[in-house]
Design a protein around this ligand. Structure first.
Ligand code: HXC
Length: 268
């Protein structure tokens, strides 16, 4: 679907996306690039990075991939610095890297729980921490009038509770807390806006194939009147709103983009 936004709303911006080579993250990389941004992608798998970067470049988007794991602070630091070396500055950090698997609490080892928190929550904080000096107002490559922006990809499952997702619920609750607290402190001190997006089920993603809601809850369409599968495009359009000047007064919010699904209850 064509974008309703002008193609230059992110002109001249440099965006670093963790997990930007696949799924929702790649949808964000593509649309940010199509709207004028230069794209740096961080991911663990070289083959995924290589094919994402070639796909972006074939659309005429300046793009580069850096291998790294958000669980390692030295990787986070190196990738942020490589982005600066490559593009000269950093305007937008998108934390889209996430880990997930379905497991009951009985079968989940404490290390499995910790692994997902390490990727989603600690990884998000680590990336923000390493990117701060480049995102703050007056930081290297920036002018002194505006700070950069952070966008954290979250979820809605922790608003209530979700079968076999105790680790992810805890991890995404922490991500939302990071979003709000950084919005308060870094918005105030450095003019950095920090927001999140909580996607619903999005087609053609690893999350969707791994979590296939029918596996968990039977026929979701009957149980949940608002059940609809979204597209990566839907998440990218919300991200463009938050990342562009259209969202300049939005700070500390996590925008739910799920067609209203999390509100659903079975019809009586
Ligand atoms: C139970 C599991 C498990 C599983 C791993 N563990 N997979 N436990 N069931 N299926 C446990 C292991 O036993 C181990 O604990 C610990 O987790 C670490 O496992 P490793 O395999 O060493 O971890 P690693 O190789 O680092 O892999 C990380 C991963 C992996 C999270 C486990 O699945 C991953 O990175 N996947 C790719 C990313 C991904 O899935 N993205 C989709 C995100 S979708 P022990 O105790 O044995 O040492 C998404 C949507 C959210 O985020 C919203 C949903 C609505």
């Amino acid at each position: 679907m064509e974008s309703p936004f002008k193609s230059d709303i992110l002109k001249g911006k440099v965006v670093l996306l963790t997990g930007g080579g696949s799924g929702i993250g790649f949808g964000l990389s593509t649309q940010f690039g199509k709207h004028g941004a230069s794209i740096a992608i961080m991911g663990r798998r070289k083959s995924v990075l290589d094919s994402a970067v070639s796909a972006l470049q074939s659309l005429g988007i300046p793009a580069v991939g850096f291998q790294g794991d958000v669980r390692k602070q030295e990787d986070a630091k190196r990738v942020v610095e490589s982005t600066i070396q490559h593009f000269g500055k950093l305007d937008i950090l998108v934390n889209a890297a996430a880990g997930n698997f379905l497991v009951s609490p009985e079968d989940l080892s404490p290390n499995g729980f910790r692994t997902v928190l390490d990727i989603d929550s600690v990884g998000t904080f680590t990336m923000c921490h390493e990117a701060l000096k480049y995102l703050k107002k007056g930081g290297p490559g920036r002018d002194s009038s505006t700070g950069g922006l952070i966008l954290n990809i979250s979820a809605t499952l922790h608003y209530t509770a979700y079968w076999y997702q105790i680790h992810v619920s805890a991890a995404k609750a922490a991500v939302d807390a990071v979003t709000r607290n950084l919005a308060l402190e870094w918005g105030s001190d450095y003019d950095i806006r920090v927001n999140g997006i909580a996607p619903g089920p999005i087609g053609d993603t690893t999350g969707m194939s791994k979590l296939s809601p029918d596996e968990i809850s039977g026929n979701s369409e009957e149980r949940e009147p608002l059940y609809k599968i979204g597209e990566k495009w839907d998440i990218a359009m919300a991200a463009l709103y938050l990342a562009s000047d259209a969202g300049k007064y939005v700070n500390g919010t996590t925008l739910v983009v799920d067609g209203g699904l999390w509100l659903s209850r079975p019809r009586r």
